[in-house]
Design a protein around this ligand. Structure first.
Ligand code: ADP
Length: 173
């Protein structure tokens, strides 16, 4: 059984991620979406929330084959080994992604020669899209409908309205 891992921060999942998930899932027998807990990036959504949002999106797409969503911490190759994965899936948006991704892929291959990284180039319509763009627009209450799956739209808005009310509360104190 060929197992693949698609790792990322997914803060939050976007239509670009969903496109990679859809295409990568036909390449392996089981795709595991690995949600990096990522203390260094200080995500807006905590790991459980990010896992739940992805699970919701997958449920909303019954045409997708069965897959798992799991949070992980530490080295990606260790997580991949633990899951018996032989493929790591990454998406490439622009040439700027490439240099960084190539270096990581080569390092991971050195650490674990049985694991290969497969790159999917982004569909043109999502090449500009990143979770940080979504967060930026949502933080100002802008329209993110064309960037994230419909079923998580309200949760992203709710998160930012709760952040705004916490910020306003602390300004008044
Ligand atoms: P990371 O912190 O690992 O970069 P992200 O959640 O930003 O996590 O991205 C996870 C993976 O998805 C990366 O391989 C990234 O290149 C890819 N990705 C992100 N946005 C898009 C997009 N719009 N189209 C295709 N791939 C994307």
């Amino acid at each position: 059984m060929k197992i693949g891992i698609y790792p990322g921060t997914f803060d939050p999942i976007t239509l670009g991620h969903l496109d990679i998930i859809t295409r990568a899932s036909s390449l392996v027998d089981m795709l595991i979406i690995g949600v990096l807990i990522n203390h260094s990036k200080k995500p807006v959504f905590n790991a459980e929330e990010r896992v739940e949002l992805i699970e919701r999106v997958i449920k909303d797409h019954p045409e997708l084959p069965p897959m798992k969503v799991e949070a992980f911490d530490g080295l990606l190759v260790d997580f991949a080994k633990e899951k018996n994965a032989s493929i790591i899936v990454r998406g490439l948006r622009a040439i700027t992604d490439f240099e960084y991704e190539l270096q990581i892929a080569q390092t991971n291959h050195k650490l674990s020669p049985h694991i290969d990284t497969v790159f999917f180039n982004t569909r043109l319509e999502y090449s500009y899209l990143s979770s940080s763009t979504v967060r930026e627009i949502a933080s100002f209450g802008g329209n993110i409908k064309q960037f994230v799956p419909e079923c998580i739209l309200q949760s992203v808005y709710d998160k930012y309205s709760s952040i705004r009310s916490v910020n306003n509360g602390s300004k008044q104190n």
